[in-house]
Design a protein around this ligand. Sequence first.
Ligand SMILES: [Zn+2]
Length: 367
Amino acid sequence: MRNRPLPVKARAPVTYILYPSGSRVATFCHPEPVEGRRERTAERSAIEAACYNQPMDFAYCYSPIFMDHKTGEHPENPQRLVVINNEVEKFIPRETWPEVWIDPPDATHDQIAEIHTRGHIELVQSTCAKGHSALEMDTPISPLSYAAALKAAGAGIHAVESVMSGKIKCAFCAVRPPGHHAEKDRAMGFCLFNNIAIAAKYALKNGAKKVAIVDWDVHHGNGTQHSFESDTDVFFASFHHWGIYPGTGHQSETGKGDAEGLTVNYPLPGDTGDDKYLSIMEEDLIPKLREYKPDLILISAGFDAHEADPLGGMNVTDDGFKKMTKLLMELADETCNGKIVSFLEGGYNLSTLGKTVALHVKTLMED
Ligand SMILES: [Zn+2]
């Protein structure tokens, strides 16, 4: 984990720092200190120890409302976040580090409308309010799905804002519904609003000049590609199982007009494993990203290319996802001071998903 040291004076052997009484453990690392003398107590030592170990430059964006997007027996269901949170709590317990567990604000209609039509936003709202059970064949909803979708989009915006302002270095958005299939004017493939595209647009309107999006979900990120395929300020790359849903993402899809070359598709055959993913990343994608020099890297982190996933048909291991994460972190360190925001997309094996995502999160938190 990254550690942020206490102020030097706090570590001096005799002089301790007096903080406002009643402060919680985590806020002891931040306030303006008042110098004074104070006996070292067990409580004081515990506070310092907690500060030393706190991953303060990382955010895990999650909201309980994501559980209220009910989808019945569908593979994209609330239990996914239960197993993920259980594993993540093992190294960032919610009770100990509430500052890391961020319950983000909702995205506004205007922020979502940077990517989607107003008609689509209103349709999602009204269809959920009417209690309908699906927006389209693959995309079940429940009455609170609209509220969850506003929050999922808001998570990305909040994470990007925090990273861009330097408050944190990187973040993971443990969100659902996922987003990368959602098109400008319609829901698609379990996705209502395109969380990562909305976040990228927010970044560009708030200081970023170039954003890179890497999508390793096993399905092509059609909605994200279509949002930016004519834009020179977004580089989009997708690894996906060729021949399955949604059917787009041929390697001939390379961007349009001035943005030719800024969309890169890696359609792969079934059973592709770590070696191929990593060699593509090292030999083709990373050099392209290095040349592009993004200010911010976003990851559409689906885990349905995992070897145990029931839908994906690929053979990526936990270690493969870890190594891909590391490669993007090294690139981010090189081009944009490590700024990365990762978004949960797919991943459907409830027995393995928690550990896989937790390893990705833990890797993001490492130096
Ligand atoms: Zn997927």
